[in-house]
Design a protein around this ligand. Structure first.
Ligand SMILES: Cc1ncc(COP(=O)(O)O)c(C=O)c1O
Length: 309
């Protein structure tokens, strides 16, 4: 029979998922070690890794996630790879979801090359269509996966409560590293989350969130269809909060984003999410999380007009 403490040594509560990236880098990497990541990837994580002078190796993505051949090539050629960083569901910024086949392939490569996987999953609960795909952590029989979760996207980003699940020896290192940062995650914030989970029907809450964001995502796609006229293409939205768009006309992405901002539409140029920010891209990221239906229509219309010029 298991004891009360079973599994607790493999868990740390953090100040948001962002702190998991920081603790992983701080506890596992030396300067000039390599972290392999999807390209594009979440700027907050990339900047955290950069702040520890880690070499980033970006691997491009297909429609079903990171390219496995290129990932293996990177594992073969890069020195001192400490971990592979992936965002498996509705990736920020591309919106891409990693297929089950690729999740298994990444895990097998991690075991073969004996490197860790940092699986960052803030958006997995925000699925609008289809079936959930098992996390990589669920195949982990060998202690190669660090799983990062957060309440930021489903309860409140301001409370700053996230967590990591990882083998005990890694959690022990993270605990020491966290002591030098904030000692522990704010207790009042943890109590608020605990109270929410205790008193509210989390399944109902998640289904309400999915309904709300799905409705906005549908508006976004409808307006993109109506106003983009093929001048801008976009990835189909299956969940999460982001749409990755590509301009099909000859206009510099930074100029495009500046022109949008002048009309009070804030979008993020794709190069911000690249390992090499000087890499040419015609992509930008938009989100539908906070704007109303009217604002989504207005914003998309403005982007479509700029793309016609
Ligand atoms: C992929 C990814 N990881 C981590 C985070 C940070 O989440 P948290 O607010 O829990 O620190 C974000 C936030 O946007 C994100 O998109």
């Amino acid at each position: 029979m298991g004891s009360f403490n079973d599994g607790i040594d493999e868990l740390i509560i953090t100040s948001g998922a962002q702190q998991v990236m920081d603790l992983a880098a701080k506890s596992l990497c030396n300067e000039r070690d390599t972290v392999i990541c999807e390209s594009p990837s979440f700027i907050g994580s990339l900047n955290t890794f950069r702040s520890y002078n880690i070499n980033l190796c970006g691997v491009s993505m297909d429609n079903d996630g990171i390219n496995i051949d290129l990932l293996e090539k990177a594992l073969n050629t890069k020195k001192n790879v400490r971990f592979i960083y992936v965002i498996p569901n509705f990736q920020n910024p591309s919106g891409i979801t990693l297929s089950l086949k690729k999740r298994k392939a990444i895990y097998e490569l991690a075991v073969k090359y004996n490197v860790l996987i940092l699986e960052d999953n803030p958006y997995g609960d925000l699925r609008f269509y289809g079936e959930n795909i098992p996390n990589i952590k669920s195949f982990d029989k060998t202690g190669h996966v660090i799983y990062a979760g957060t309440f930021s996207k489903i309860i409140s980003p301001g409370l700053r409560v996230g967590f990591a699940i990882a083998p005990k020896d890694i959690i022990t290192k993270m605990v020491v590293c966290k002591q030098g940062q904030d000692v522990h995650t704010n207790v009042l914030a943890q109590l608020i989350i605990d109270n929410f989970l205790e008193k509210c029907d989390i399944k109902l809450h998640l289904s309400n969130l999915q309904k709300l964001y799905k409705e906005k995502a549908i508006y976004m796609e409808q307006f993109m269809e109506r106003y983009f006229n093929g001048n801008i293409t976009y990835n189909k939205i299956e969940g999460g909060l982001f749409v990755w768009c590509k301009i099909q006309i000859g206009i510099d992405i930074i100029d495009f984003c500046k022109a949008a901002l002048e009309k009070k539409v804030c979008i993020i140029p794709g190069n911000t999410f690249m390992v090499d920010e000087s890499e040419h891209t015609n992509a930008f990221r938009v989100t539908y999380s906070t704007p109303s239906k009217e604002q989504i229509e207005k914003g998309v219309k403005i982007l479509g007009e700029i793309a016609k010029i």
